[in-house]
Write a protein that binds this ligand. Structure first.
Ligand SMILES: Cc1ncc(COP(=O)(O)O)c(C=O)c1O
Length: 443
């Protein structure tokens, strides 16, 4: 049996070139990374290349990757179908600053798949939720937005409220206190973002009543995936649909993670609930930076009428839209979702079997292509329950997995695994073999 300190020691010994690169990167990049979500102790591994379900770091170590860039690589690393399409597209020019046939085809595919009247392209999930929320404000003539405690919707001011609020400051469960992430979020913005409790319709009702006629939209991840995998309880999404109609606000599904990953048509198809607006990114880009947001033609008309601003130099660039067409048309086809769900369910069942065998205070959950291990005995149903976990256990599990060649989920304790189109049963078996060893040591 090894202690966590010994595992960190082993990590350092195995990743010397990553450490050197980290020291160099820290000179030009805060934390030595380009996105805060990529940092972890003592320093991250730096990647040299990736293919299929594998990645190799600069020390030449191989990892079975279940992060898949936070789920964005649902098509798999360097999928040959994608490589061919992107190489061809690169040769035809990467930016036009003019409309073209590939954005049209990609938009048609997205509208069909996600039941949208019209849509616009962006370059990221953050941009999608930002434009979508502004559009909702314009359409309804209201300023406020309701989000759920613990939910992440990107890096802009409106969304950076109550993302991972500290336990001591949460306020009442029914009326969570809106708390900004870090500094620099204007007070007025925090006032305009009201917060309710996930899976508690009474909380949503009370917050909407308190802010009657002021809330433009309720934005949610149909499955909360920035606190592991916390699904909606039975009927919750239907109740949200009804309550939005009752209070005259728009229902926004932030499908940045669930879209083209949970099911062919995303969470709307999976849960059979129709949203008014949908935000997309990650998997739809087939590995390239691409986002989208859409709604009915009536709502989107606020953009056509120049009342709600939307523009972007890189929006719908031919490279990313070509990748989108290939990903949606050729890789993320209906049969893939059945396969990845089967593999994801095998992972959760396997983890639960091993957890039981070694008597760990943990549990595993999977929905579609995404699952995780929670370091508590029962799956949480909201952010507050999720906070009540043994996070030290997570970190031990994390380093032990990396040391044994598995990236078990995206970093870190608030993320989940993604089973991509290129993962196989062999990858599942490998992850479970490693987890058996890890769990035995963690007993
Ligand atoms: C649900 C959700 N919305 C929005 C975003 C922001 O997307 P991006 O990182 O592409 O800006 C993320 C990113 O993880 C997300 O998970």
């Amino acid at each position: 049996m090894t202690t966590h300190a010994q595992e960190i020691d082993r990590y350092r010994k195995q990743t010397k070139k990553s450490h050197a690169m980290y020291e160099q990167a820290d000179k030009v990049l805060p934390l030595g990374v380009s996105s805060n979500f990529r940092t972890f102790e003592p320093y991250p591994i730096y990647i040299a290349r990736a293919e299929g379900s594998k990645m190799w770091d600069v020390d030449g170590r191989e990892y079975t990757d279940f992060s898949m860039c936070f789920g964005a690589l649902m098509v798999g690393h360097a999928n040959p179908i994608m490589v061919k399409a992107v190489a061809k597209a690169a040769g035809e020019g990467t930016l036009y600053g003019m409309p073209h046939d590939r954005e049209l085809k990609a938009a048609e595919l997205i509208c069909e798949r996600f039941g949208l009247g019209q849509m616009r392209f962006t370059n990221s999930g953050s941009e999608s939720t930002m434009h979508c929320l502004r559009l909702a404000r314009v359409y309804t003539g209201r300023d406020k937005v309701l989000k759920f405690e613990g939910a992440y919707h990107g890096g802009h001011d409106t969304a950076l409220v109550s993302v991972k609020p500290p336990k001591a400051k949460l306020g009442s469960a029914r009326h969570p206190k809106p708390l900004p992430v870090g500094h620099g979020i204007p007070e007025g913005t925090v006032k305009n973002t009201v917060v309710a409790q996930w899976n508690d319709i009474q909380s949503v009702r009370e917050v909407l009543q308190t802010n009657d006629n002021e809330v433009a939209a309720v934005i949610l991840e149909p499955i909360m995936m920035n606190v592991g995998v916390i699904g909606p309880r039975d009927g919750f999404l239907e109740e949200l649909r009804e309550i939005c109609d009752e209070f005259g606000c728009l229902l926004i599904f932030d499908e940045v993670k669930t879209g083209a990953k949970l099911a062919w048509g995303g969470a709307q198809e999976y849960y059979k609930v129709k949203a008014d607006m949908v935000c997309l990114a990650k998997a739809i880009g087939g590995g390239l930076p691409l986002g989208a947001f859409g709604a009915s033609r009536e709502v989107m008309n606020e953009i056509a009428a120049f009342r709600s601003f939307h523009a972007g130099t890189y929006a719908s660039n031919p490279l990313a839209t070509s990748a989108c067409i290939t990903a949606l048309d050729k890789v993320l086809t209906k049969d893939v979702f059945k396969r990845v769900t089967r593999l994801g369910d095998m992972l959760a069942a396997g983890h639960n079997r091993i957890i039981k065998k070694h008597g760990l205070a943990a549990c595993s959950v999977n929905i579609g292509a995404n699952g995780t291990v929670f370091w508590r005995r029962k799956p949480p149903t909201n952010y507050r329950e999720w906070l009540d976990q043994d996070f030290d256990a997570f970190w031990r599990y994390w380093h032990m997995n990396l040391n044994r060649g598995v990236i078990p989920q995206a970093q870190c304790y608030d993320e989940q695994w993604t089973v991509s189109a290129l993962h196989t049963e062999k990858d599942v078996d490998h992850m479970l073999e490693v987890f058996d060893e890890v769990a035995r040591a963690m007993k």
